[in-house]
Design a protein around this ligand. Structure first.
Ligand code: GLU
Length: 484
């Protein structure tokens, strides 16, 4: 039975690189009919950020990545917050002390700082100098009894190497000489990430640890803990980093980094799922648009690449446009409404004008890349008056025939029955002909500016029909008024 987990530390809103690793674990579990666990690794109280646990739930739910065991849903291996499991870890640490695989360290902070400063000056990697590793038992007892605070450290073998087989990277070897005697238990009784992570993966019967590549250097230390406790380590699969196009770390410079930001910009969850799955995983073909079901069906660790995944915003925008166009008008309207409401273009009681909103959405569906663009593309459908683009006015309102042309169009509009796309078009063309203008574009452009304030937008006649007679006549009146 495959059992995998997502084990975030609540240190802020989850980033897409981090969630992408969770997504791969989720797909792996679903592909194999296994279990996906959520475990909150909150033993570093100093780094805890208020609200991050909720943001973790929210991100997973929004992406449709339900968890089978974990907070909220419970499960047989709970509690799923490490801070609620503090009574579990000391026994494991004690076992390691007894077997000689761990030891108590009483070094005060000042001494550790001094050691580190010396190493820095000599340009050596910072490592604990193992001062307490061979203290005689009697001295340890004395120190402990005198109440001097202590931590528990891993006794890394002094020679040899630690090797493990990574499902993605193959054999990975670290010389033991490069490994630090890391802290397993802190003086306040909390375990460190490295220790609690191993103990819990064991107790929660995790079969595959699927996580980001940045944890490769910690893995040999985890392996040493498993061995010391006589436990079989899980299979490790370290997924590649997500990088910016220039190879640097993904940062604000390339747009959003937390999932919440992408959501606020109007990317659909189905886009994000598809896009994130392809950050480092490939179905083995060039296909790019894959549904969640299809990704799960085809998912395998073999499809994960070793090299960094490049975050390509253009591809994300393209993909979002594809998913937006695949929605029904009504479905897209549901998704756009929160964005229209957020900027005050549509009010809470908007349900009454649902038909109107849907026809507006239908006109913009083709051009939308992100849902938040709806406000910019469609504001004039919802505002009382038109905000004129200065350049558009200068370009299309400066000719002498314009006021008269707009006045005549207005007259015809008042009489049109029905006020349809075809009727509107016929009316505009008729006015161009009547006035002896060489072509209809002489009317079309100023008309668009009068009705929307700008030069680009959806098809003019469709747009006019959707705006409706009343709004159009009013807007033509003010344009004519402005020009006379
Ligand atoms: N708590 C670690 C993190 O925040 C989890 C690492 C792991 O998955 O083992 O990323």
């Amino acid at each position: 039975m495959v059992r995998v987990r997502y084990a975030p530390s609540p240190t802020g809103r989850p980033h897409i690189g981090n969630l992408r690793s969770a997504l791969m674990a989720w797909c792996f579990a679903r592909h194999h009919g296994g279990r996906f666990l959520l475990r909150i690794e909150d033993t570093d109280t100093a780094r805890y950020v208020e609200g991050s646990v909720e943001a973790i739930y929210d991100s997973l739910e929004w992406l449709g990545m339900n968890w089978d065991e974990g907070p909220v849903v419970g499960g047989p291996c709970g509690p799923y917050f490490q801070s609620e499991r503090l009574d579990i870890y000391p026994d494991f640490a004690e076992r390691m002390i007894v077997s000689g695989d761990a030891y108590r360290c009483f070094c005060p902070k000042e001494r550790l700082d001094e050691v580190r400063a010396g190493q820095q000056a000599r340009k050596e990697p910072p490592m604990y100098d193992r001062h307490c590793r061979n203290l005689p038992a009697s001295q340890i007892e004395r120190l402990a009894e005198s109440g001097i605070p202590s931590v528990v450290r891993l006794a890394v073998p002094l020679e040899g190497a630690t090797t493990y087989r990574d499902a993605i990277h193959g054999e990975v070897t670290f010389e033991n000489g490069t490994l630090d005697d890391i802290v397993l238990m802190k003086s306040d009784g909390y375990p460190t990430y490295n220790f609690a992570n191993v103990v819990d993966d064991h107790l929660m019967k995790i079969t595959h640890v699927i996580r980001g590549e940045e944890f490769i250097p910690s893995t040999p230390k985890h392996i040493l803990v498993y061995r010391a406790l006589g436990l079989e380590p899980p299979i490790f699969a370290h997924v590649p980093m997500v990088k910016a196009p220039d190879g640097s770390k993904l940062s604000k410079r390339y747009g959003a980094t937390t999932l919440q930001e992408f959501r606020n910009e109007g990317y659909l969850p189905e886009t994000m799922f598809n896009f994130m799955a392809l950050l480092g995983w490939s179905p083995g073909t060039d296909e790019e648009l894959l549904s969640r079901e299809e990704i799960v069906r085809r998912f395998s660790l073999e499809g994960i690449s070793k090299s960094a995944a490049i975050f390509n915003k253009d591809k994300l925008n393209w993909m979002n446009g594809e998913y937006i166009r695949a929605l029904s008008v009504s479905g897209l309207t549901d998704r756009c409404l929160p964005f229209l409401k957020a900027v005050g273009l549509v009010s809470e009681e908007a349900q009454a004008s649902r038909n109107y909103i849907e026809s507006v959405i239908a006109l913009t569906q083709e051009r939308l890349r992100t849902l938040n663009q709806i406000a910019e593309f469609a504001d004039f459908f919802f505002t009382e008056t038109v905000a004129f683009d200065e350049k558009a006015v200068q370009k299309w309102f400066r000719h002498d025939y314009v006021p008269e042309a707009l006045r005549r169009v207005r007259e015809r509009f008042t009489a049109l029955e029905p006020f349809s796309t075809e009727a509107v078009e016929a009316a505009a063309r008729l006015v161009a002909e009547e006035m002896g203008l060489e072509n209809a574009s002489k009317i079309i452009h100023p008309l668009r500016v009068a009705l929307s304030g700008r030069t680009v937008g959806p098809g003019l006649f469709e747009m006019t029909a959707v705006l409706g007679r009343e709004r159009c006549v009013k807007r033509l009146d003010s344009a004519v008024g402005m020009l006379s």
